[in-house]
Design a protein around this ligand. Structure first.
Ligand code: HEC
Ligand code: HEC
Ligand code: HEC
Ligand code: HEC
Length: 192
């Protein structure tokens, strides 16, 4: 009881109360900010958000296996393009601010013609990113260790058990244009 009394007395002294209130507000403000921040992070990962600026791509992806397949599992834009790891995700979002500049100021892909002209360059950037992280976003869904070679076609097994298994090549070295129509691929090494 003595302890409680002492505690109460300390709490009642104005400076402590003020400090308590400040702490409490700071804490809840932090929570609110954190919540809003993460909601924003989630919202900017939705397909609706991306389609705002990438409408032609959304139309194309609907014809591919990553949109609809026998298993009913869908890969959306952010599954392949936005890192899942929190720090990398933040970095990608900050980099994405240059997309805002490219959209609102430079208008680099605003028309079909502009998009097609710039497409090869953008694809190269994305291949380079996926090459550098060993196709991490693909591997979030497709795990090499669980690939059942007895279920794969002969061509697949041939490549997966050699160049992929040894780490000599990564998914995007061989699988280009799996979700989108390719830019003009004439002369790109390894493409058939
Ligand atoms: C405000 C419009 C806008 C939104 C929203 C947007 N983008 Fe982009 N994005 C662009 C523009 C413009 C470019 C072309 C940049 C350039 O020309 O350098 C681009 C380029 C890209 C590229 C090409 C690679 C690169 O590094 O430039 C990818 C991949 C991409 N966007 C994915 C996405 C995804 C995924 C989303 C949703 C999470 C998204 N974008 C949302 C405008 C946008
Ligand atoms: C969100 C999960 C997810 C991500 C991310 C993902 N995939 Fe897939 N992928 C699937 C599913 C589901 C299928 C269809 C499986 C089925 O029903 O046979 C598929 C099918 C494929 C196929 C088979 C194509 C065919 O015609 O049979 C290839 C190749 C492939 N993915 C490559 C990739 C590559 C390369 C990446 C990275 C750029 C990637 N995937 C990212 C889920 C994903
Ligand atoms: C050295 C080239 C190469 C690499 C690297 C590679 N693949 Fe493949 N993959 C192929 C070929 C070739 C096929 C067969 C395509 C066909 O027959 O149309 C294939 C087929 C597939 C299929 C369909 C399997 C089937 O038989 O139904 C999936 C899924 C797939 N790859 C996913 C991946 C993923 C994910 C990675 C990275 C972890 C990867 N591949 C890396 C060459 C490669
Ligand atoms: C299954 C993985 C996957 C999904 C899902 C996916 N992309 Fe891509 N995307 C890629 C890969 C890989 C590239 C590199 C070029 C290529 O191989 O087609 C790419 C390239 C791009 C580019 C560069 C321009 C181009 O056409 O190559 C843009 C922009 C882009 N994606 C936006 C999107 C948007 C928006 C969505 C959702 C509607 C989306 N992507 C869904 C894997 C994916």
């Amino acid at each position: 009881m003595k302890f409680l009394k002492a505690f109460w007395k300390r709490l009642k002294s104005p400076s402590k109360v003020a400090a308590g209130i400040v702490l409490f507000l700071g804490f809840s403000g932090g929570l609110l900010f954190w919540g809003a921040f993460n909601t924003g992070m989630e919202m900017t990962n939705t397909e609706e958000f991306c389609s705002g600026c990438h409408a032609p791509i959304v139309a194309e992806i609907q014809e591919t296996i990553h949109w609809s397949n026998r298993s009913g599992v869908r890969a959306i834009c952010s599954d392949c393009h936005v890192p899942h790891n929190w720090t990398d995700k933040i970095i990608r979002k900050v980099q994405a601010s240059k997309e805002l500049f490219a959209h609102y100021v430079l208008d680099t892909i605003g028309t079909e013609e502009k998009f097609q002209a710039r497409r090869g360059h953008l694809a190269e950037r994305e291949w380079a990113r996926l090459k550098a992280n060993d196709s991490l976003e693909c591997r979030n869904c497709h795990e090499f260790d669980f690939m059942d070679f007895s279920e794969q076609g002969q061509r697949s097994v041939q490549q997966h058990s050699t160049a992929l298994a040894s780490g000599e090549k990564t998914c995007v070295d061989c699988h280009k244009g799996i979700a989108h129509r390719l830019p003009d691929m004439e002369g790109v090494e390894g493409w058939q």
